[in-house]
Design a protein around this ligand. Structure first.
Ligand code: NDP
Ligand code: GDR
Length: 362
């Protein structure tokens, strides 16, 4: 039997990298859409790269952008994919308040552009479509825990754009009989998580603080509650959603909730750093063993409208997809801390013995 062909948008992102690895192991031919950037943006997938001059490649990248329908139509026409995973997005909730129109264009209309390309090319019966929907849709939560029928109340330009993506996916499924589904994924993290999301910001900063490379970590809302899982587990569910008899939407979550403060404590424990929490109303919130404050609250990281609490109910995915997360919260934190400590150790080595000792003027 010939290999299945997948097209992944957002291939250079956290999930794109894990999904590409996963699909290649399943013997797929994987095509990815990457944006042109002034610097290389393929760090997460460099290990999968194949020289375009060799024949029989099974990992192929195309330049593209979700804001450009002509290019999406051309890529989909060339690739004729069996499955499309739409993972590309301006995915940072706080940044979406600064770039709301672009976020609506890429995250909302971008989804429509792909669905419409499938239709224009007459691929409705061939190509299955996965939309990266999000627990941010629940926003100001109406019910705890949240499942597939919990009402949405988005609280950011990102979430509102994703709401459009969610419903246009449902609409194309119902209107044109397409196999299109939404994965409503709760937060998922990993050692390759973007460095400005709170978990990675914490593990990276605390590792650097431990080695004396950084003095302090500034955070926003420490009381926000999230349901954090591991990205590797979650991409497998994205694939499984496209292997069912009928297309359906699924919540993927661990069903366990922690605060940002809990995450700091867990990472500090892993590193053997003591975090001393101070009294309410005090903006300085943590200290190392020597009494130096290492975690401070900076109001610039508060959002105009916050999502205070998210907790998923993954019962449907458990029952129909056989979903069980393979990693606990503690294991996730430990893996992230371990990898960031390695990278901080490399920086420390360079700082102590490397190019900084070299006099460029000689
Ligand atoms: P990342 O931010 O790590 O990756 C986003 C990807 O989208 C990157 O490859 C980025 O390219 C690409 N991208 C951004 N804008 C465009 C554009 N206009 N055209 C083409 N590509 C673009 O996100 P994650 O991997 O964490 O998340 C994957 C998807 O899942 C996103 O849609 C996100 O909103 C959604 N999601 C994520 C969750 C999570 O906890 N991680 C939870 C629920 C949903 P570049 O590398 O050049 O920036
Ligand atoms: P989120 O993730 O907004 O849930 O979106 P993020 O890690 O950015 O924030 C989680 C919570 O932590 C609070 N917080 C901070 N956040 C950041 N980034 N930086 C800080 O310094 C900080 N301090 C406190 C936030 O206010 C928030 O409550 C992620 C993204 O991956 C989305 O694309 C995805 O859809 C959702 O998860 C599910």
């Amino acid at each position: 039997m010939s290999s299945k062909v997948a097209l992944v948008t957002g291939i250079t992102g956290q999930d794109g990298a894990y999904l590409a690895e996963f699909l290649l192991k399943k013997d797929y031919i994987v095509h990815g859409v990457k944006r042109r950037a002034s610097l290389f943006n393929t760090d997460r997938i460099d290990h999968l790269y194949q020289d375009p001059h060799v024949s029989h490649r099974n990992f192929i990248l195309h330049y593209g952008d979700l804001t450009d329908s002509t290019n999406l139509i051309r890529i989909i026409q060339q690739v004729q994919p069996d499955e499309i995973y739409n993972l590309a997005a301006m995915s940072h909730v706080a940044v979406s308040f600064d770039t709301p129109e672009y976020t609506a264009n890429a995250d909302g209309l971008g989804t429509l552009r792909i669905l419409e390309a499938i239709r224009i090319l007459g691929l409705e019966k061939k190509t299955r479509f996965y939309q990266a929907s999000t627990s941010e849709l629940y926003g100001l939560v109406q019910e705890v825990p949240q499942n597939e029928s919990t009402p949405f109340y988005p609280r950011s330009p990102y979430a509102v754009a994703k709401l459009y993506g969610y419903w246009i996916t449902v609409n194309y499924r119902e209107a044109y009989g397409m196999y299109a589904c939404n994965g409503i994924l709760f937060n998922h993290e990993s050692p390759i998580r973007g460095e400005t999301f709170v978990t990675r910001k914490i593990t990276r900063a605390l590792a650097r603080i431990k080695l004396g490379l950084q003095e302090c970590l500034y955070l926003g809302n420490l009381d926000a509650l999230r349901d954090w899982g591991h990205a590797r587990d979650y991409v497998e569910m994205q694939w499984l959603m496209l292997q069912q008899e009928h297309p359906e939407d699924f919540v993927i979550a661990t069903g366990v909730q922690y605060s940002v403060r809990d995450f700091v404590n867990a990472a500090a424990k892993e590193l053997g750093i003591v975090i001393l929490w101070e009294g309410q109303g005090v903006h300085e919130t943590g200290a190392d063993g020597n009494g130096n404050v290492i975690v401070k609250v900076d109001p610039r990281y508060f959002r105009p409208t916050e999502v205070e609490t998210l907790l998923g109910d993954p019962s449907k995915a458990k029952q129909k997809l056989g979903w069980t997360p393979s990693m606990s919260f503690e294991e996730l934190v430990a893996e992230m801390v371990r990898e960031d400590l390695k990278s901080a150790e490399r920086d420390e080595l360079v700082k102590n013995h490397g190019y900084l000792a070299y006099d460029y003027h000689e």
